[in-house]
Design a protein around this ligand. Structure first.
Ligand code: DHB
Ligand code: FE
Length: 288
């Protein structure tokens, strides 16, 4: 059976990949950000997932404005990165898990999520930067991967309610998967940021801190926002919160916060790190 060991929410800002490539982790600007990942590495070394489902938004590498699926699921044996123009080194390829991908797709479509299936898929910084943050300096990636993208780029965007429900459907799909595997769900992006327009540089710390708290214990509270409200509160790119909400939705057990960190800014953006452990629920007691 698939075991969902937990979820990690993390920033995916390209500048982080640049700092890793240049070995700047211990410089004063970067140290408080990178230091927060030590606890995540300890947790990963303890729980040892073999598959990572990465929920993120593609920023124009694999999908462009001409064809933009609301939700897409990778079903490839391997995913490659490519030069996106951020000046980052191109990551080595990531192994897929096509058997689990197809199970997810079957289950999601049966659950009325009409996802786009991708048997070829390039993965962008929102996938590669988190992988480098979570498993720094490894010779080969220790997990198989499944990319799941949510459109946070071209309006109309799916609602927070729909993205949370997608996550819950991913959780149900994993619970019904018969082969043994240990899955970590990684939601990337956010928190508040706006990269363009008159509000460029906008960050909303009180809103971010509220979101972090709700992601742990009351994610349904975040499902009531309409997209225009979310843009106003979190910034035009802060809607990447949708990825984190979907990741949280996939946790089907009892959720315990193992680690959290909020750090502003990196580049133009607020960063929110959470490690949420998914503990099995006690079996329902039988009626006498
Ligand atoms: C930045 C943030 C993002 O989410 C992104 O995809 C690219 C850049 C930034 O703050 O620089
Ligand atoms: Fe982004």
């Amino acid at each position: 059976m698939a075991q969902i060991i937990g979820a990690i929410t993390t920033s995916h800002i390209p500048a982080i990949g640049g700092a890793i490539a240049k070995g700047r982790q211990n410089e004063p600007y970067w140290q408080p950000f990178f230091d927060a990942y030590g606890r995540v590495h300890e947790w990963l070394a303890k729980v040892r997932p073999d598959t990572a489902i990465i929920i993120y938004n593609d920023h124009g590498l694999n999908f462009f404005l001409d064809k933009m699926p609301t939700f897409a699921v990778g079903a490839a044996p391997e995913y490659r990165h490519a030069d996106e123009g951020w000046g980052l080194p191109v990551s080595r390829a990531f192994a897929g898990n096509p058997e689990l991908s197809w199970h997810l797709i079957e289950s999601l479509v049966a659950d009325e999520f009409d996802v786009t299936t991708c048997q070829e898929m390039l993965v962008d910084h929102a996938f590669t930067v988190p992988m480098s943050l979570l498993w720094p300096g490894v010779e080969s990636w220790p997990v198989k991967t499944i990319p799941i993208t949510i459109n946070t780029v071209q309006h109309p965007l799916p609602s927070p309610k729909r993205c949370f429900a997608l996550g819950q459907a991913i959780g149900r799909a994993l619970d019904s998967y018969e082969s043994d595997c240990k899955v970590v769900i990684i939601g990337t992006g956010g928190l508040s940021h706006q990269l363009d327009g008159t509000r460029a540089g906008f960050i909303n710390k009180p809103f971010d801190l509220m979101c972090i708290e709700k992601l742990v214990n009351d994610p349904a509270a975040l499902t009531h926002y309409a997209i225009p409200e979310l843009v106003e509160l979190a910034g035009s790119q802060g809607v990447e919160l949708l990825n984190l909400l979907a990741a949280r939705g996939a946790l089907t057990g009892q959720v315990a916060k193992v680690h959290g960190n909020y750090h502003v800014p990196i580049s133009n953006t607020a960063t929110g790190l959470l490690v949420l452990e998914n503990r099995p629920r006690a079996p329902a007691s039988r009626a006498a």
